[in-house]
Design a protein around this ligand. Structure first.
Ligand SMILES: C[S@@+](CC[C@H](N)C(=O)[O-])C[C@H]1O[C@@H](n2cnc3c(N)ncnc32)[C@H](O)[C@@H]1O
Length: 330
């Protein structure tokens, strides 16, 4: 990091103010260098008002690279090129020919490849859905994803050497897996990690339909979704999203939660619950609440990935949840 200048990869970053407006910070903006050399994530692309790419927090990048443990001569696949900064760090250590990076957005890969060249690096930059990986030979010794996944794409297992290490944001944490005999097993790191989700078609919550549903009541505080149970919830309900509604006094009064299969629930601070769709999301929250007395530690969770089945677990493989067999097209 001392030798690869971050500012070359983030010529423009975007900041959102309290009203939701984005403003651009460039080299011409006073304080730009202090901004890009702070230990913070920088939004580098905004589409339709939503952030779609960023340069991750450098401290978190180091944690991930540390967990990846690359050794000279190893081949690495990075999913989520973004600015190209992480690919530059990898190329600096491993050499250009050992680094392949892929992003789904052609604008990003074009800019990243140019900036990498300008900084003196020429890794392979590929445009496409990183979930299908890259079936090149030789296989990859290390796979690092820098966008949030709901499960490990089966292609990655096939494209990894025996003994390969994968570091992948799953839910709100970082899973570190080792591949042995076609299976991946490992645990979560203690650090939290809130990565941008892998880009997939957006699912809308069904709040309109819910409004006419009969409410039930709960004694469990709605905010548990956002706090104590947030981490296990991301494993039990992969791809879930939430929103909150505020009252006139400014504080939140209700939480909404939905999953990619269309299930939607709302819970108000007064304890009324409405649920709709193929599964009852608040019931899952209540089950998790009974399972965990306290906020569970990330490092007590793990993942076991085989070509047939993917499972996340808590403390041992008996207690866990199946991850979705996501429809990756190859
Ligand atoms: C946090 S940014 C990556 C940061 C990057 N590693 C860097 O050093 O700047 C996440 C990136 O994942 C990319 N992404 C999202 N879905 C993807 C997919 N299906 N395949 C490959 N890349 C994807 C986004 O376009 C975005 O650039």
């Amino acid at each position: 990091m001392e030798q690869v200048p971050r500012h070359l990869f983030v010529p423009a970053v975007y900041e959102q103010d309290g009203t939701g407006q984005w403003s651009e910070i460039t080299g011409a903006t006073p304080g730009y260098l202090e901004h890009v050399y702070a230990d913070r994530a920088l939004t580098t692309q905004v589409k339709e008002g939503e952030p779609t790419s960023s340069s991750s927090e450098p401290g978190l990048m180091l944690t991930m690279l540390d967990a990846l443990g690359v050794q000279p001569g190893q081949r690495v696949l990075e999913i989520g090129t973004g600015t190209g900064y992480n690919a530059a760090l990898l190329s600096h250590v491993l050499g250009d020919s050992n680094v392949t990076t892929v992003d789904v957005d052609p604008e990003l890969t074009t800019d990243a490849a140019r900036r990498l060249r300008e900084a003196g690096y020429r890794p392979t930059v590929h445009t496409g859905d990183g979930a299908v990986g890259l079936s090149t030979r030789p296989l990859f010794d290390r796979i690092i994803a820098t966008c949030q996944m709901q499960s490990i794409p089966p292609a990655w297992l096939r494209q990894a050497t025996n003994g390969a290490v994968m570091v992948v944001p799953i839910g709100w944490g970082l899973a570190r897996l080792t591949v042995e005999d076609g299976q991946g097993v490992g645990q979560f790191l203690p650090q939290s990690a809130y990565f941008m989700a892998r880009r997939t078609p957006r699912v809308r919550p069904r709040f309109d339909e819910l409004a006419t549903e009969q409410a039930t009541s709960t004694n469990l505080p709605a905010q548990e979704i956002l706090t104590r149970l947030e981490f296990p919830l991301a494993l039990a309900l992969p791809g879930y999203r939430t929103c909150t509604w505020g009252g006139d006094a400014g504080g939140a009064t209700a939480v909404g939660i939905w999953t990619p299969d269309g299930a939607t629930a709302t819970v108000s601070w007064d304890g009324s619950v409405r649920q709709i769709g193929p599964r009852k999301l608040w019931d899952t929250v209540e089950e998790l609440s009974e399972q965990f007395d306290d906020a569970p530690r990330r490092e007590d969770f793990g993942l076991t990935i085989t070509p047939e089945r993917q499972r996340s677990w808590w403390k041992n493989e008996e207690t866990g949840w199946d991850l979705p067999a996501v429809h990756f097209t190859e």
